[in-house]
Write a protein that binds this ligand. Structure first.
Ligand code: PGA
Length: 251
């Protein structure tokens, strides 16, 4: 089964509206012929600007989180309906920075994922081990727990449309990339876990990205791995030329 690669930018807490406008304007012509699906996940305050600028282009817009609740007393959260009203298509769930700094757990990731699916947002669910976990040989167990936790109670039909981003925490924003062999081996392990949960068809069809210091220099080698179906790009997504080079890795 062939899986269409998906390259997604994760702007994190960067880009004012003016900066977003400048970046997207520069980016559009650079990625217009991309074979991969192109997504930019942007701060909430940039979503309307990004959707308006990307209209009629091949760039899709995503958010960086979504509340599990539909509405109500959840200060600081944002609902799926609010995101959908602005034209948001994708949403990142369970990024390691959310887990590390804002107390996200596998249970909250699962709850957000269920809401995103129910509402028709396309989720990118992040999993990944810390350096300590990798060095003590716990990577497979940690990822198994995260994947099982994230997908708890989600049907095979719904799971099939979810994108997983494997992001080793020690490679995020550090300039340290997993070697392509490490990334491939770990992602193949995640796919095996998806197979155990949902069977071969869902596992073979599911897109699994690598994230963590992916950039124009290492993208080609990473994308050449059979189980790596794309990237979630932080730092290198903040410059139009760099991001376009990642997107056009096969050009
Ligand atoms: P990075 O971030 O590319 O800056 O390492 C990736 C991510 O956190 O999604």
């Amino acid at each position: 089964m062939s899986r269409r690669p998906i390259i997604a930018g994760n702007w994190k807490m960067n880009m004012t509206r003016a900066q977003a406008t400048e970046l997207i304007t520069a980016l559009k012509p650079l990625v217009k012929d991309a074979a991969a699906e192109v997504v930019i996940c942007v701060p909430y305050t940039d979503i309307d600007t990004a959707v308006a600028l990307c209209k009629g282009s091949n760039i899709k817009v995503g958010a960086e989180n979504v509340a599990w609740a539909e509405k109500g007393a959840f200060t600081g959260e944002i609902s799926a309906d609010m995101l959908l009203e602005l034209g948001t298509e994708y949403v990142i769930i369970g990024h390691s920075e959310r887990r590390q700094y804002f107390g996200e757990t596998d249970a909250s990731v699962n709850a957000r994922l269920k809401t995103a699916i129910a509402k028709g947002l396309k989720p990118i669910v992040c999993v990944g081990e810390t350096l300590e976990e990798r060095e003590s040989g716990k990577t497979d167990d940690v990822l198994k727990t995260q994947v099982t936790g994230a997908f708890d109670g989600i049907s095979a039909a719904d799971a099939a449309d979810v994108v997983i981003a494997y992001e080793p925490v020690w490679a995020i924003g550090t300039g340290k990339t997993a070697t392509s062999e490490q990334a491939e081996e770990t992602i193949a392990g995640i796919r095996a876990e998806v197979k155990a949960l949902y069977g071969a068809e869902v596992a073979e069809g599911m897109r699994i990205q690598y994230g963590g210091s992916m950039n124009p220099k290492n993208v080609k080698e990473l994308m050449a791995q059979p189980d790596i179906d794309g990237g979630l790009i932080g730092g290198a997504s903040l410059k139009a030329v760099d991001f376009s080079q990642v997107v056009n890795y096969d050009a």
